[in-house]
Design a protein. Structure first.
Length: 99
């Protein structure tokens, strides 16, 4: 299981609702459901003029896997891709890891 995140990684997921960072929110949901996972940080998340030329290159793998450049995305062991923190959190709640 591989979670693609931005430069913030798995930080700030425990903050209340609108303050929680999406990548951290996805990681927290996986942690709460008992999952072990790898993370891969991708560049290209900041919308600054000088980063725009490399954004497509930085996020090419994410786009190939999910059809979009936004993170977080979760790639399950069977190759299924779940995109977006809300969808990842919903999946984790519906599929808690059994001890």
């Amino acid at each position: 299981m591989l979670l693609f995140t931005c430069a913030f990684g798995t930080s700030f997921g425990g903050l209340p609702g609108p303050l929680a960072h999406p990548c951290g929110r996805a990681a927290k949901a996986l942690d709460d459901a008992g999952y072990k996972y790898e993370t891969k940080e991708v560049k290209g998340g900041t919308f600054k003029l000088w980063t725009l030329p490399s954004r497509a290159k930085d996020r090419a793998e994410v786009e190939r896997l999910s059809g979009q450049r936004a993170v977080p995305i979760l790639v399950l062991d069977d190759g299924e891709v779940i995109a977006g923190s809300g969808e990842i959190a919903r999946w984790a709640q519906e599929h808690p890891k059994t001890p």
